[in-house]
Write a protein of this length. Structure first.
Length: 260
């Protein structure tokens, strides 16, 4: 509720004082009806949109829906086991699913994938950490293929497979680094991760539009630089804001981050 309303406020300020940076895809806040206010929290008011107005929160929305139907997920995973998870995975990779905001195959597949390990008492990290080097090398190969095949219709399949392999690779890499004491958890960064997640959408979109409008990059190198620098600035700014909030408003910060 809070973070979607924050984005509504930011949109209102942008539409009022910086209208040149708006895309026109979102209805003016001052023209909202009660239905539009409800849509803010579910699928936004963007033309053809299917995400809340604070778009990263599609994941939380879908997670809430999957939790509601978790008894069904439990039953299917318990009795169909890996067959159920593989079926959902294939549907996700192939993009075979109906369009209903809040009930995505992405959320259902990955929730069921995680549930499979818990229900069957399998160690997620140990299994993925059994082939760290192979998964990392394979991910690099798939990532290169991902970049080189964007013009083809079947690129989406390569991209989805890359996500799965990348998940395994990063889990293996981190688990190996911690086991060898080469990586150490940073509690400030882990505690701030949820804040960065819910905060980053609007500032990042604004920063990208502002940078493109001011700098007007004409080369691929310039666009790539903006692609890398804008998220970095957004994250660093978020960390600064979070640091100030936990120092001066710790109770308020705990509320708006769900105590995370």
């Amino acid at each position: 509720m809070f973070w979607n309303l924050v984005v509504v406020l930011l949109y209102y300020l942008t539409q009022t004082f910086l209208s040149g940076l708006t895309s026109g895809e979102n209805l003016l806040i001052k023209e909202y009806t009660w239905i539009n206010w409800l849509k803010v929290f579910w699928d936004g008011n963007k033309i053809g949109g299917d995400m809340p107005i604070n778009y990263p929160l599609w994941f939380v929305r879908d997670l809430m829906v999957v939790i509601v139907i978790s008894p069904i997920v439990y039953f299917c995973v318990k009795h169909l086991k890996i067959i159920f998870v593989i079926t959902l995975g294939l549907l996700w990779i192939l993009g075979i699913w109906f369009t209903l905001p809040g009930f995505s195959i992405t959320a259902l597949f990955f929730f069921s994938y995680g549930a499979y390990y818990t229900i069957n008492k399998k160690n997620f990290i140990r299994i993925h950490n059994s082939f760290p080097l192979y998964s990392f090398v394979l991910y690099i190969i798939i990532a290169i293929c991902d970049l080189l095949t964007r013009q083809y219709d079947w690129h989406k399949y390569v991209h989805s497979i890359g996500i799965l392999v990348g998940l395994s690779a990063i889990v293996s890499f981190v688990a190996y680094g911690i086991a060898k004491q080469k990586l150490h958890p940073n509690h400030f960064l882990s505690n701030s991760s949820f804040f960065i997640y819910v905060y980053h959408g609007m500032p990042l979109a604004f920063l990208i539009k502002f940078s493109v409008k001011v700098l007007q990059p004409q080369t691929d190198a310039g666009l790539i630089m903006l692609y890398l620098v804008c998220p970095l600035i957004t994250i660093l700014l978020g960390l600064c804001i979070y640091s100030v909030l936990i120092k001066y408003l710790p109770k308020f910060t705990a509320i708006i981050t769900g105590g995370r």
